[in-house]
Design a protein around this ligand. Structure first.
Ligand SMILES: Cc1cc2nc3c(=O)[nH]c(=O)nc-3n(C[C@H](O)[C@H](O)[C@H](O)COP(=O)(O)O)c2cc1C
Length: 219
């Protein structure tokens, strides 16, 4: 049975990111009960302080926070989901704290041309990005996509990356709003109201895509 770990970067409960996760997990639950949903902001994760000792001791030298337990769960997961609203073209800060601690999972060698990351252990995982955005244009998510393209390759050539981006979602629960509710909202936010009709369909399709991906990756 596949193990699923969700690293949830959202800063609000019941937001659009939570709804994307809920649909993904509903799909996953058809095939597995090995599901862990971790809310990043509820963990105690200290900042990576750049001591670089991990290059020598092959683990993070920081003790007394939740990283040890979390890194164990990360290592065991078959499907590793990073879910976040896009904040200033990136993931939120609680999730970024976790990502920085991934430094301890790799050896870093500075070469003449660049820097080489070599994992202590190669992975064979499905990486999933569930991203919720306010913009109508998904290009704000590009820095996150670039990072994860790089990360899944660094962690081993067998890894796969799956991305779902949900755009034009400014307010809480917007992804589940009806056409009438979207109409009123768009009027208030000065978004062209004619977009409401197609957006309801688009949002439903995205949620279905989340459920399908959850089911597919755990089958
Ligand atoms: C501080 C902040 C920064 C944001 N930056 C961006 C951004 O760069 N690009 C974008 O498309 N949306 C941006 N947004 C909008 C959120 O990504 C969007 O509303 C998202 O759906 C919120 O997800 P949630 O409901 O799970 O909290 C920002 C929102 C906040 C509060």
């Amino acid at each position: 049975m596949k193990k699923v770990l969700v690293l949830d970067g959202s800063t609000r409960k019941q937001g659009n990111t939570s709804i994307l996760i809920e649909h993904f997990l509903n799909g996953a639950k058809c095939n597995t009960d090995q599901i862990d949903h971790v809310i990043a902001k509820d963990l105690k994760i200290d900042y990576c302080n750049g001591c670089l000792r991990c290059n020598l001791i092959k683990r993070c030298s920081i003790s007394g926070d939740d990283w040890n337990e979390l890194s164990q769960k990360i290592a065991e997961a078959d499907v590793l989901v990073f879910a976040s609203p896009i904040y200033f073209h990136y993931v939120t800060s609680p999730l970024k704290l976790i990502i920085d601690r991934f430094r301890s999972l790799v050896h870093v060698q500075i070469t003449e041309q660049s820097v080489k990351h070599t994992p202590w252990q190669k992975w064979n995982k499905d990486f999933v990005l569930l991203l919720s955005m306010g913009s109508s244009d998904d290009s704000d998510a590009q820095p996150v996509l670039d990072l994860f393209e790089y990360m899944k390759e660094v962690m081993g050539e067998e890894n796969r990356l799956h991305v779902i981006k949900a755009t034009r979602l400014a307010v809480i629960k917007q992804i589940t709003k009806t056409e009438e509710e979207l109409h009123q909202l768009y009027k208030k936010l000065s978004i062209p109201e004619y977009l409401a009709k197609d957006d309801v369909t688009k949002n439903q399709l995205i949620l279905q895509e989340c459920a399908n991906l959850g089911a597919t990756l755990t089958s």
